[in-house]
Unconditional design. Structure first.
Length: 170
C-alpha cells in the first residue's frame, strides 16, 4: 500500500468524523443525561473556532449545528472534496495551488464584503454554498500537499534504509 493512500484514508476518516460531530451536537444536546452533556461539550469545543451566531447557523435536529452556516459549508465542502478527488485520483490539475484557493475563496470573499458594506444580507444557504466552494478548493490543495509531502518522506526513508542496509543482491 502506498504511503499517500494511508494518509488519505486517515484524512478522510478524520474530516468525516469532524463533520459528524458538527451535525450530532443538536441531537445530543436535545437528549438527557450524558448525551446532553456531550452535546454541550461539542458546542463549547466548536465555539472556540466559530462565532456560532444563532441567526447565521443552520438548525437541524431540534437546534443549531455546532458551527455557523459558512463554517458548515467549508467543512462539508472539504469533506466532499477529499472524496471527489480520491475518486478522480487527481488533485488540482493544471491550476496552481494559489489559484485554486483564490478561485474557491472569491465567491465567499465577495459575499462577506457585500455583507460588511451592507449591500446585501446573504442568507444561510448562500453562506453555506460559498463556504462549500472554499472548502472544496482547500481540499484540493491541502490533500495534494500532504500526499506530496508523504511521498517525499517515504522516498527519503527508503533511500536511507537502502543506503544503510546496502543494495539487495540481484
Amino acid at each position: 500500500m502506498k504511503t499517500h493512500t494511508s494518509v488519505h484514508r486517515v484524512i478522510v476518516f478524520s474530516v468525516w468524523v469532524w463533520c459528524a460531530l458538527i451535525v450530532l451536537a443538536p441531537f445530543l444536546s436535545g437528549s438527557e443525561g450524558l448525551a446532553k452533556l456531550a452535546g454541550g461539550g461539542l458546542y463549547k469545543f466548536f465555539g472556540e473556532i466559530c462565532h456560532q451566531n444563532n441567526a447565521r447557523t443552520i438548525h437541524w435536529g431540534g437546534g443549531p449545528l455546532a458551527v455557523c452556516a459558512r463554517c458548515t459549508g467549508i467543512y462539508g465542502g472539504f469533506a466532499v472534496g477529499i472524496l471527489l478527488f480520491s475518486v478522480r485520483n487527481k488533485w488540482t490539475g493544471a491550476m496552481s495551488h494559489r489559484r485554486t484557493i483564490v478561485v474557491g475563496a472569491l465567491p465567499m470573499l465577495v459575499e462577506v464584503v457585500a455583507e460588511i458594506a451592507r449591500l446585501t444580507e446573504a442568507g444561510n444557504a448562500i453562506r453555506c454554498s460559498t463556504g462549500a466552494l472554499f472548502g472544496l478548493s482547500l481540499s484540493a490543495v491541502l490533500v495534494a500537499l500532504l500526499v506530496e509531502a508523504t511521498e517525499t518522506l517515504a522516498q527519503k526513508t527508503l533511500l536511507r534504509f537502502h543506503h544503510v542496509k546496502g543494495p539487495t543482491p540481484a
